[in-house]
Design a protein around this ligand. Sequence first.
Ligand SMILES: [Zn+2]
Ligand SMILES: [Zn+2]
Length: 341
Amino acid sequence: MTTMRAAVLVEPGRFELQDRPVPEPGAQEALIKIARVGICGTDMHIFHGNYAAESLPMVPGHEFTGHIAKLRSEVAGLTEGQPVVVDMNIGCTRCYWCRRNEILNCPEMQQMGITMDGAFAEYMTVPARLVIPAPGTTPAEILALTEPLSCVVRAARKAQVTFGQSVVVIGAGPIGNLHVQLMRTIGAAPIIVSDIDANRLKMAKECGADHAVTPDNLHETVMAATDNRGADIVIESVGSETLYAEAQKLIRKGGHLAAFGLTGPDESIRLGILETILDENSVKGSVAGMGQDMHDALTLLTHGRIKTDAFTGADYPLEDIQAAFDTFADRPADLKTQIVM
Ligand SMILES: [Zn+2]
Ligand SMILES: [Zn+2]
């Protein structure tokens, strides 16, 4: 096998299937045979030209799993044929942030499928240090959820959430659903989720939310469920200016707002400084999962802590990637769309 198919986003809105040479792994790299790749909101932003437009033409795809197809003999600790997931964030390893393991802030960071070619292809090479072996007993459709779950793991870590804390999740899409499930696993209570889509609310309820409500009933529900205090933690998982403003009103005094949903670059909310000081509130952003987050996400998935039924089943072959992206917005009931190689 010397050539492979790759789905290249040649311009916003248009994929082209191209035959490309199978890349050769370098000294400290692994060649991965891709099995499955999830499509997420970030991919849709890239598809529409709203994000990483300067990277085009490019092969997107960062939520992937596969197995090691080829290694240079000098890579220790990995073996050919091993199923793996891969940490998509490539830091420079030398800067202030990389040395602090804050790779997401590395000024030279590259992200597979975002700033460089990713996984909507039959093969890709990746730095061997970012390869995480996965148990062969866990199906690929579940392993491909590791990266999205790792983002959720990181947000929970930053929120320092623990059992018995009340949590609001705004947005019950795929990521919102994972927030709900992780909070349930941690032991947060009560868990309140809001969305405009009835089917997503139903799934959130099945996945562990105590209350699943539409946005107009959210404030009332949160206050009723928390003795009128507001929630310990509110996670905005949509990316809307209006919803961030609303989220701020849902945290209790001393509560935490997790800024997670990506807004447009110019959007902002009015944050009352005095109120923040007097109430000792906190706001913290988290943008992706990396390092330990990936390991933790993989552990949770392989030990069955996350219900994945709702995330599987909406599969497209690589040949139909254009259709998978074109119809993405019209299929809110598909919690996750995956491309199968
Ligand atoms: Zn993603
Ligand atoms: Zn760096």
